[in-house]
Design a protein around this ligand. Structure first.
Ligand code: GLN
Length: 189
């Protein structure tokens, strides 16, 4: 059974674990860098990217996760704040993994009141997407990025190498399992 790590420093972790178990994988809540050893894929959940980034930086997660991804080919799915953390820049000074060549507009839709739900398309699948203070991809900084999902003309899902990022919360919607399945089918061989 493949082992899927969910970064459990901050943010919503339990719902991701449920989705992973439903698909028949083993779920590991990662709270220390040693718990990253032996995982086959990593999920970085939503939450607050500045807080998560600072903790990740302080305890060595940034370097370790970059190494796992770049040298050991461990795929990463980042959702919401996880998308922010995978990006290269956000316009403010915050620790980032910089594994995806995009710049991000954080809280692009405004404050918490701007949160909304909507059916969107993700590479041919229709997903009920829950957006909560969602980030947007502002600029693609490399032609290695593929756009897999848009909300109208705004980019909300991308892939680069073995990283995938989406602005919404798949763990909070009934058919969000489609997103995990898509990620695992593509990257967990
Ligand atoms: N906008 C938040 C951030 O940048 C992310 C919000 C979320 O994960 N729901 O951290």
């Amino acid at each position: 059974t493949k082992k899927i790590g969910i970064l459990g420093i901050q943010g919503d972790v339990e719902e991701h674990i449920d989705s992973i178990l439903k698909l028949g994988y083993e779920a590991i809540r990662v709270r220390t860098i040693s718990e990253l050893e032996g995982i086959d894929a990593l999920i970085i959940p939503g939450g607050e990217s500045t807080t998560m980034g600072k903790i990740m930086d302080k305890y060595g997660f940034i370097d370790k996760i970059r190494e796992l991804n770049l040298k050991k080919n461990i795929p990463i799915l980042g959702t919401c704040a996880g998308m922010v953390l995978l990006s290269k820049e956000t316009g403010i000074d915050q620790p980032l993994l910089k594994l995806m060549d995009v710049s991000i507009d954080r809280n692009a839709y405004g404050g918490q009141v701007e949160s909304f739900e909507k059916e969107i398309e993700l590479d041919g699948n229709v997903v009920h997407a829950v957006f909560i203070r969602a980030p947007l991809v502002k600029e693609l900084m490399s032609d290695e990025i593929s756009v897999i999902s848009k909300n109208e003309n705004r980019i909300v899902g991308i892939i680069q190498n073995n990283c995938m990022a989406i602005s919404f919360h798949p763990e909070l919607s009934e058919n969000g399992i489609i997103v995990y399945k898509y990620f695992f089918d593509k990257f967990l061989k």
